[in-house]
Every structure is written in C-alpha cells, then in structure tokens.
Design a protein around this ligand. Sequence first.
Ligand code: GSH
Length: 240
Amino acid sequence: MKAADAEGGAPAALTLVSHALCPYVQRVAIVLHEKGLPFERRTIDLARKPGWFLAISPLGKTPVLQVRGESLFESAVICEYLDEVAMPALHPQDPLERARHRAWMEFGSAVLNGIGAFYAAPSEAALQERAQDLRARFVQLEEALEKRESAGPYFAGAGFSMVDAVFGPVFRYFDVMDALPGMADFALWQGLPRLARWRAALAARASVQQAVGADYAEGLRAFLLARGSALSRRMGALSA
Ligand SMILES: N[C@@H](CCC(=O)N[C@@H](CS)C(=O)NCC(=O)O)C(=O)O
C-alpha cells in the first residue's frame, strides 16, 4: 500500500531538502525508500544557507520535507508523519513497544551527538575521552540487543523498523572513520557481536545504501579533515 491509501491523503510530490552528509536527512530518505514513496532532493550548502531555506526551516537545519505546500522540519517528526500516511508501518503496533522504539531513536540522536563530539575533539586527550563515550554507548546498544527475544538481524528482529532507519546513518560514519589513523586502538566495536551483525545488515539494506550519494565517503573524509580537530590532525599527518 502506498501513501494514497492512507487516511489524510497522499503526500503527492515530496521534496527532501538535504545536505549531502546529514545523518538526519538520511533517516528520512531511508523511511521514504522503505515506503516506496518517490521524492526529489534539493541539496543545500549549510555553510551558505539560502534565503528560501531559512524561510522554511525555522531552526535553519536539514532535513525539511516539503509536502503539498507545507514544510515539515525535525527528522523524527517527519518520520512519524510518513509512518502515519504510508505503509508498511515501521513502528510496532503495541503502544508500549512503540514508545520503547521512540526512546531508542532518541538514543540514536545522542550517539550522533557523540560522534560529532568525537570528530570535533580539540586535543588527543579529548579524542580519547570522546572515544570512550562512544564505546560506552555501543556497549549499551549491545546490551539492548541482547535483551531482545529475537535473533535479529535488525533492532526488533527480522523486520526493519524506524530504529533501524536511525542507526543506518549512525553506523555509516564508521565505514569511513574505522579506517582513519589509530582508530583500531579505540576498540570501539570489540566484543560486540550483535552490534556488528546489526551494522552489517543495515549496510546491506537497499534503503540505507541509497540514502547517500556515491561521493559520500569522499565528502565525509574532506569534512573531517577540515574540522581543525585532533582527528583532522591525525588524517593530515597521514596524507602529508
Ligand atoms: N534535531 C534535528 C537535527 C538536524 C540537524 O542537526 N541538522 C544539521 C545537519 S546534519 C544542520 O542542519 N545543521 C546546521 C545548523 O545547525 O546550522 C533533526 O532531527 O532534524
């Protein structure tokens, strides 16, 4: 069933106002793909926000989803809207279970903040601390996966859910960052088999793959190198 079947009408022409690297944009792109909803992208440069973008994005952030003349902002809200108007449902039916999933989506946003703090860490000491913070989050995730009743491979078992749409972009950072100098020393993924399996399943999912362009890895490396951070200096030392 497509959006046209849902109460409230089809979100006919959809435009996703995007930034090429934004993980919050990616989660919306993943949900759109999972629901088979065609959409156009309008990619902006967040370093030079155009006036038309500031006029439709109250917080000046991507993503914005344009739907029938309305501009929706905040990725979680956009994802919830899409789940209400188009099948398949990516949230569980049971309200308690749905609330639990929403809480883990929020956890995913906290991990994204942790990744931002890691790549922006100004000193080696801060980088070490931020790596430990990330590692602690990953251990929490492994424990959450361990408590599941199913074997996976996704967050809630065999079916793809909204939590998966949030974590696909989280894990994608590490497809680039794992290869950076000294990353292995942080042992971020060590001894976390359920998390590794979840990450691999998300990386193989078509909706997750299509959420970024072919130049994503190159773009992310350039972005990280330009941060002026401890991680940038490690990267610069390698390419010097
Ligand atoms: N809570 C927002 C976060 C979105 C966000 O932080 N977007 C970043 C890019 S990934 C942004 O637009 N930053 C520009 C800025 O803050 O000026 C959401 O979930 O949509």
